[in-house]
Structures are given as structure tokens and as C-alpha cells.
Design a protein around this ligand. Structure first.
Ligand SMILES: Cc1cc2nc3c(=O)[nH]c(=O)nc-3n(C[C@H](O)[C@H](O)[C@H](O)COP(=O)(O)O)c2cc1C
Length: 339
């Protein structure tokens, strides 16, 4: 049995987010009953060439386990080679990115544009599965428009784009391979990033994918998490932006699904989490950790009175002491918090 099969369902996963699911945020989220933690995506090329920044970015603490490291690239041999590196580093699993729309990824023929080429996806998954003993998972989107005449990496937007490759096309191409888990973001490449996703593609994938299925997209509250599970029949969920400024959402989802209720943190508890997050940034990251922490600080105070004045201060912080001093002066909001 691989680690995915040992997890109690529904499985609650922190979805991968470049620039967000970093060495400071991941352990914090794990401490709130998240079952699986994904790293930021790492380039196969950078890993193979021993890129120091990439190695630092994916460094994890034992308490985060099971940690899945996500890879992007487009060459099967490079996926195989970098998966071996991740296995030697002790990761619980390796995830393959077939869903990312980020410019730096798709312009190099990686991420979501690979969904246009199910046969190449199969080669990548097969090479990765053959290279390692730890479980391999994939992350995909609902669909992508594609013109058969456009080459890999070119995301055409011409009116001739009438064909569409879907999550089902990709899953059909890989479902006989030993893929342990699949996270599907229920929005197409072209769809806006907000709102409740059309879950019909997730339910269609549920019917043909035999492994662990995680549904992702638009989950911001415990009620959303339940709705997603009920509507899709997935084995679990992936939460991405719903964890911004709310690492405790995993505990709330867990409590809601098991008891039907959950508690919201008080302002004092939120401040304690912020300080803990900053302490982790100091401990696990270099001084750059505080630059990357600033956006999290802004997310924590979203919706509180005078948040914009507070954010002006927070976007400049450089040390743990500054953060502690700022929050000592912030009174508990008199209105209910939007959390
Ligand atoms: C800032 C940011 C970075 C992301 N980075 C990645 C990534 O590295 N790999 C990936 O597969 N998806 C990435 N995603 C997509 C998320 O994992 C997720 O699929 C998407 O945000 C939809 O989920 P949500 O509605 O819960 O946010 C990223 C999303 C955001 C907002």
C-alpha cells in the first residue's frame, strides 16, 4: 500500500502554489490537520543541474510529511532523472504538473499545454513511474482548447481553435499506468480563475480514474469543501487560495466534515498564528523569507478595519521583531472577522 492508500478519506491536501507553499507555510498548514502537502513546482531541468535555489525551495521538515514534490518540464527522461533525485531526498511522492498556466512554464512547453499531447503525457508518466518506487501523482485541469496544428508550447488563441483536449482524454491515455493520485482543477485553461468550477469534468474523471481523486478549485470555506466532495464523489480535495491567510482552514474542514461544526479563530489566535508563521520564515528560510512572507501578512489582515494602513507597514517588514511590534499595537477588531 502506498501512502495515499493509507490516508483516511476524505483527504485534505494543500494544493501546490508557486511562491506560496514554501518552507514556512507548509509546516504551519500541516499542523492544522492537512493530510498531504504539495511543494511549489520545481523544474526538472533545475533539479538535474543541481540548482541551489531549487534545492532550497523544496527543502522540507520531517513534520510536513507526507510531502509531495511537484515537477514541471516536458521531457520524459528529465522527469525520470529528477524523480529519482526527489526519491533520494525522502519525499513521500512525486507530482507531475499538467495544469499550470504560468507563462514561464507554458512557454517552455510544460504545465497545462502538455494536456494537448496525451501521448507525451503518457511517456512522461510512464518514465516517472518506472524510475521510482514512491507513488506518482498528476495534477491536471478540466480542459484546454487546442488547434492540432499548433506546436507544443504555443497556446493559440486563433478562431481556428475549435478542438479541445479534456481531462478525460488525458486520463484515458494514462489510466493503465500506476498513477496513485490525481488532482483535478475543475476549470479549463481559458476559464476565469474565480467562481465555483464546473464540476462535470471532475465527475467524468471520477468514473474512469481508478486511483485517489482530489477535486480542486473554488474551495474557500468548510461548506465549499463539503459541497465539492458531495458533487464530485472525489476521495478528497485540494485547497489553494482558500488557505491564503487561513492556514487553519484545514482544521475547520476536518471538524465540519466530522462533526458538522467548526470554530473561527479569535483575533488573538490569529496574531499567534502570524507570529508562528514569521518564526518559521526566520527559521527555515533566508532573509528573503521575510520578503515572501509579506503577501501572507497582507492576507491575514484582509477585511479587518484599517487593513490598508496596516498593509502599508506589513509590506516593508524585514524582521520578526518588527512584525511582533506591529501586531502589539493592533487592537482586536470590534466587528466579526470574515473567516
Ligand atoms: C499563486 C498561485 C500559484 C500556483 N502555483 C501552482 C503550481 O506551482 N503548481 C500547480 O499545479 N498549480 C499551481 N497553482 C494552481 C493551484 O494549485 C490551484 O489549482 C488553483 O489555484 C485552483 O484552486 P483554488 O481555486 O483553490 O485556488 C497556483 C495557483 C496560484 C494562485
Amino acid at each position: 500500500m502506498n501512502f495515499w492508500q493509507q490516508l483516511k478519506k476524505p483527504i485534505l491536501a494543500l494544493a501546490p502554489m508557486a511562491g506560496v507553499t514554501d518552507a514556512a507555510f507548509r509546516p504551519l498548514v500541516k499542523s492544522y490537520s492537512a493530510d498531504v502537502i504539495y511543494t511549489e513546482f520545481a523544474s526538472t531541468h533545475a533539479l538535474i543541474h543541481g540548482n541551489e535555489a531549487t534545492r532550497r525551495m523544496i527543502a522540507y521538515q520531517p513534520e510536513e510529511q507526507p510531502v509531495v514534490c511537484q515537477l514541471f518540464g516536458n521531457e520524459p527522461e528529465k522527469f525520470a532523472e529528477s524523480a529519482k533525485i526527489l526519491e533520494s531526498l525522502g519525499f513521500a511522492g512525486v507530482d507531475i504538473n499538467f495544469g499550470c498556466p504560468a507563462y514561464k512554464v507554458v512557454t517552455h512547453g510544460g504545465g497545462v499545454v502538455l494536456m494537448k499531447e496525451p501521448e507525451l503525457c503518457r511517456k512522461i508518466v510512464e518514465a516517472t513511474c518506472n524510475a521510482i518506487k514512491i507513488p506518482v501523482s498528476v495534477k491536471i485541469r478540466a480542459s484546454i482548447k487546442c488547434d492540432p496544428t499548433t506546436s507544443l508550447g504555443a497556446v493559440s488563441t486563433t478562431p481556428r481553435d475549435v478542438q479541445r483536449k479534456t481531462a478525460c482524454d488525458l486520463v484515458e491515455a494514462i489510466k493503465d499506468l500506476p498513477v496513485a493520485a490525481l488532482m483535478i482543477h475543475g476549470r479549463s485553461y481559458e476559464q476565469p480563475f474565480d467562481g465555483w468550477p464546473d464540476v462535470s469534468m471532475i465527475t467524468a474523471v471520477r468514473k474512469i480514474f481508478p486511483g485517489i481523486l482530489l477535486a480542486n478549485g473554488g474551495i474557500y470555506t468548510p461548506e465549499d469543501a463539503k459541497r465539492m466532495l458531495d458533487e464530485t464523489g472525489a476521495d478528497g480535495i485540494g485547497i489553494a487560495r482558500g488557505a491564503w491567510g487561513k492556514p487553519w482552514i484545514f482544521q475547520q474542514v476536518h471538524d465540519y466534515l466530522t462533526t458538522g461544526s467548526y470554530v473561527k479563530p479569535t483575533w488573538d489566535e490569529i496574531v499567534a498564528v502570524i507570529i508562528r508563521h514569521a518564526e518559521m520564515a526566520k527559521k527555515y528560510k533566508s532573509e528573503h523569507g521575510f520578503i515572501e512572507l509579506r503577501k501572507h501578512l497582507a492576507w491575514y489582515v484582509k477585511g479587518i478595519p484599517h487593513a490598508s494602513a496596516l498593509r502599508q507597514q506589513l509590506v516593508r517588514v524585514k524582521t520578526l521583531e518588527e512584525i511582533i511590534a506591529i501586531f502589539q499595537t493592533v487592537p482586536a477588531p470590534a466587528i466579526p472577522l470574515l473567516i
